[in-house]
Ligand binder design. Structure first.
Ligand SMILES: Cc1cc2nc3c(=O)[nH]c(=O)nc-3n(C[C@H](O)[C@H](O)[C@H](O)COP(=O)(O)OP(=O)(O)OC[C@H]3O[C@@H](n4cnc5c(N)ncnc54)[C@H](O)[C@@H]3O)c2cc1C
Length: 302
């Protein structure tokens, strides 16, 4: 429920708000029921005011990045879904080789900015379809690199409206995890340290990364990337394939024929279909190999 006071604030603050908005429009899976309000907030001042009002009203709020690692319930998300736009999409220099990215900056924009300034180290992130905030939250990584390698610090807003800073090891980065997974903080910006490299070298590394993705991943279908975390001994995709699950489907949700670690939406898949398919994969893999596959995709919503 959104109180009249909160609604009024949302309408008058610097944000773009959509009431009763289908979350399927904001997730890479193209799945998810309605949220009471989807609100793209453009300034720190507005973010603080809206979160403070949510807290006063007891209204739930959920911070979304680019929705590329989420399975949103068919019943949608209660309260407000907040996306960081405007000033949170800016990049600036902190010093010669350290750039500060607003949490709403896409990884694609960060990578291109770094390449154009002749700064290397972020190439691994080229092709990960998330935001900088979401990537820090998840410690996103690929092809031998991860956010942990380049993040020096980040600022966040806590639930009480205080701004804090996380530096280095305080992020508690581990495989697809950061301290932000265990706190209800809004990441507002992130500083990443890169190093001088020729633009040509950066370009070819980025291109190589993208070629590998195109070759191996079903990028022509909606998905949330790899559904499962890498188990200790081996790769989820290979294990799933060995268990005969490649191509298996529930409704319009299918274990990708191209990459068995992905579940794709062939058109009208529901969150319930994806969940049932995930359970089927986990149960079969457990039965046949004893391995317990853990989800990387995050379930949110009612
Ligand atoms: C085709 C495809 C390929 C992919 N390849 C990879 C890959 O190679 N490596 C990899 O690691 N991942 C990969 N992913 C998964 C996904 O892109 C990453 O996990 C990405 O980091 C998620 O970022 P996001 O902005 O979309 O976050 P979202 O999916 O929107 O959110 C993820 C989590 O982060 C939280 N969050 C987001 N922004 C903030 C913020 N500002 N403050 C606080 N919390 C926040 C959300 O609340 C949520 O819990 C892939 C996904 C797809 C669809």
């Amino acid at each position: 429920m959104i109180s009249e006071k909160l609604k009024d604030l949302i309408i008058n603050e610097d944000c773009n708000a959509y009431f009763n908005e289908p979350m399927s429009l904001h997730t890479s899976f193209r799945i998810g029921g309605k949220t009471d309000c989807f609100c793209e907030i453009n300034t720190m001042q507005s973010l603080k005011k809206i979160i403070a009002q949510c807290r006063e009203d007891g209204t739930e709020y959920f911070i979304i990045g680019l929705g590329s690692n989420l399975l949103v319930s068919d019943e949608g998300i209660e309260g407000i879904v907040i996306k960081l736009g405007g000033e949170f999409e800016e990049i600036s220099f902190e010093d010669d080789d350290t750039i500060r990215c607003g949490a709403g900056v896409s990884l694609a924009k960060m990578c291109l900015f770094a390449k154009n300034k002749g700064l290397g180290g972020a190439e691994f992130a080229w092709g990960i379809p998330g935001s900088v905030g979401g990537a820090v939250f998840m410690n996103a990584g690929a092809y031998g690199g991860e956010m942990k390698d380049i993040v020096v610090s980040s600022h966040y807003l806590d639930e009480d409206g205080n701004i804090g800073e996380m530096v280095g090891a305080a992020h508690e980065f581990s495989y697809r995890h950061s301290i932000y997974c265990d706190r209800k903080f809004t990441i507002i910006d992130v500083s990443v340290k890169l190093s001088p490299k020729s633009k040509n070298e950066i370009f070819y590394l980025m291109q190589d990364t993208m070629d590998k993705r195109k070759k191996k991943q079903p990028l022509n279908r909606p998905s949330a990337g790899s559904v499962f975390k890498r188990p200790e001994n081996g790769f989820a995709a290979a294990i799933i394939e060995e268990c005969g699950l490649k191509g298996v489907s529930v409704g319009d949700a299918q274990v990708s024929e191209k990459h068995s670690g992905f579940i794709v939406n062939n058109g009208k898949a529901k969150a319930e279909d994806v969940k049932a398919l995930i359970r089927k994969v986990q149960e079969t893999v457990k039965e046949k190999t004893g391995i317990e596959l853990e989800c990387e995709v995050r379930f949110v919503g009612r």
